[in-house]
Write a protein that binds this ligand. Structure first.
Ligand code: AMP
Length: 424
């Protein structure tokens, strides 16, 4: 076959069986998130480009290299969202929610777009489920948010995960450290890779993101930011540790966890799969106390995370993540029809049956044998056969595929007969 069109690089088709897994996860995640007090929010997939350049920050990979941005016919600068935190904050402000008392807790689920280099576990369109809790500065909330992320993994039976936490300070203490880091690294610039040399000038904290061995070794000589933060940040972090311990959450300190986005303050965290080092981060998040204000709102503390759906599914089903194909969705009743009038007869009765079970009407016009095969492939329990004779008598042949038993059923007794067998 001549396949004329292919999906864009770095995107995936989610087919039948895999789709069932997605739905299974999504259902569980919604349940958990609602139990933790989060309500769903859906924001547009497109936003003004400015929102991301400001919120995520220039000097980050997302803004500098990975955004799908374009100008509309009307001249607006638009970007396909690369992440959802900025959108949630925008929606929070635009809908006047700053006047709501207490902490507002949102969750979202949906596609994100990043023009990243595609590889296993890294896509250009991928999905995240995430939360944003807006309105409290408390480290207890940071701990609860981390616990929520773990609960999402537990809900889908993901195992072998570790939690890493760090503190990256606040506007009081971070600038001093960043200046110190920059001066220190400039003196050793030759020792760093090209990317790091650029980072060093634009966004020095991101030196810690580098995976190159020699850069990491070199950085070992500089104290990490967690050792340089102010007393208030230190207290915040200590209280986070205490709150996590109170919920029996074990977390490792990772002084190099600075995260790729500009808006984080104090707490950063990641949840990763121990065994799979490549693309092992399944979930990342942190506190972003300055973002609401930066987007034009009143000073408002907030914390959140996002979890990668594809990466989580790969972790759960490592052997069979990209399934070939794939059975069709299962049905309870399969209506095998011989000729168009019989199909119409079946279709009318299918409407009634669909009130209580899943029904497929075979409209292919193929032979009865092939239709029986189709019924087996769809996992049907009952086959209802309609041919000319049945049509004339207003009846169906009903075959139970469990025991092979076949009998004739009148059209007006069909619903009762099907319900009796299915117990529905
Ligand atoms: P981030 O928004 O970069 O903090 O990423 C949060 C999570 O989203 C990561 O831990 C990954 O699980 C997932 N993720 C980020 N980028 C990608 C990508 N390009 N492809 C697939 N998953 C991604």
């Amino acid at each position: 076959m001549d396949i004329r069109y292919r999906r864009p690089r770095g995107t995936r088709d989610v087919l039948l069986e895999e789709m069932e897994r997605w739905r299974w996860c999504e259902e569980r995640w919604r349940e958990v998130l609602e139990r933790y007090g989060f309500g769903e929010i859906r924001t547009p997939l497109i936003e003004p480009t400015d929102l991301f350049t400001r919120a995520v920050g220039s000097g980050t990979d997302i803004v500098d290299k990975e955004m799908y941005s374009f100008e509309t016919k009307g001249g607006e600068q638009i970007t396909l969202r690369p992440e959802a935190t900025a959108s949630v904050v925008r929606a929070y402000l635009e809908n006047g929610l700053t006047r709501q008392p207490g902490t507002l807790k949102f969750y979202y689920l949906g596609p994100m777009f990043r023009y990243d280099r595609p590889q296993a576990g890294r896509y250009r369109q991928f999905h995240q489920v995430g939360v944003e809790a807006i309105g409290s500065p408390s480290p207890v909330l940071d701990a609860e948010v981390i616990r929520t992320a773990l609960a999402l993994f537990e809900a889908v039976d993901a195992e072998g995960l570790t939690v890493q936490v760090n503190t990256i300070g606040c506007p009081e203490c971070r600038p001093g450290y960043v200046a110190e880091l920059q001066a220190w690294a400039r003196g050793r610039a030759e020792g760093f890779c090209e990317t790091c040399r650029a980072r060093l000038e634009i966004n020095p904290l991101r030196l810690f993101d580098c995976k190159v061995e020699s850069c990491r070794d070199l950085l070992g000589g500089m104290r990490p930011i967690s050792e340089a933060v102010c007393g208030a940040c230190r207290d915040h972090h200590a209280a986070l540790r205490t709150s996590l311990a109170a919920m029996d959450v074990g977390a490792t300190e990772d002084p190099s966890l600075v995260r790729g986005l500009d808006y984080y303050t104090r707490t950063t965290f990641e949840i990763s799969a121990r065994q799979d080092l490549r693309q092992s981060a399944l979930c990342g998040g942190g506190r972003y106390d300055g973002l609401v204000e930066q987007c034009g709102g009143p000073p408002t503390p907030a914390v959140g995370f996002s979890l990668g759906v594809e990466r989580t599914l790969r972790h759960l089903y490592p052997e069979e993540f990209d399934p070939q194909l794939s059975r069709q969705s299962p049905v309870d009743v399969y209506m095998a029809c011989l000729g168009q009038p019989a199909m119409i007869h079946a279709l009318a009765h299918a409407e009634l049956l669909r009130g209580v079970c899943r029904v497929e009407v075979d409209t292919t016009g193929r032979g009865v044998k092939a239709q029986m095969k189709g019924a087996h492939a769809r996992g049907a329990r009952l086959v209802l056969i309609a041919g000319d004779d049945e049509l004339a008598a207003g009846k169906f042949q009903m075959k139970d595929l469990n025991d092979g038993h076949q009998r004739e059923v009148a059209g007006d007794g069909l619903l009762a007969a099907v319900r009796e067998v299915l117990g529905s």
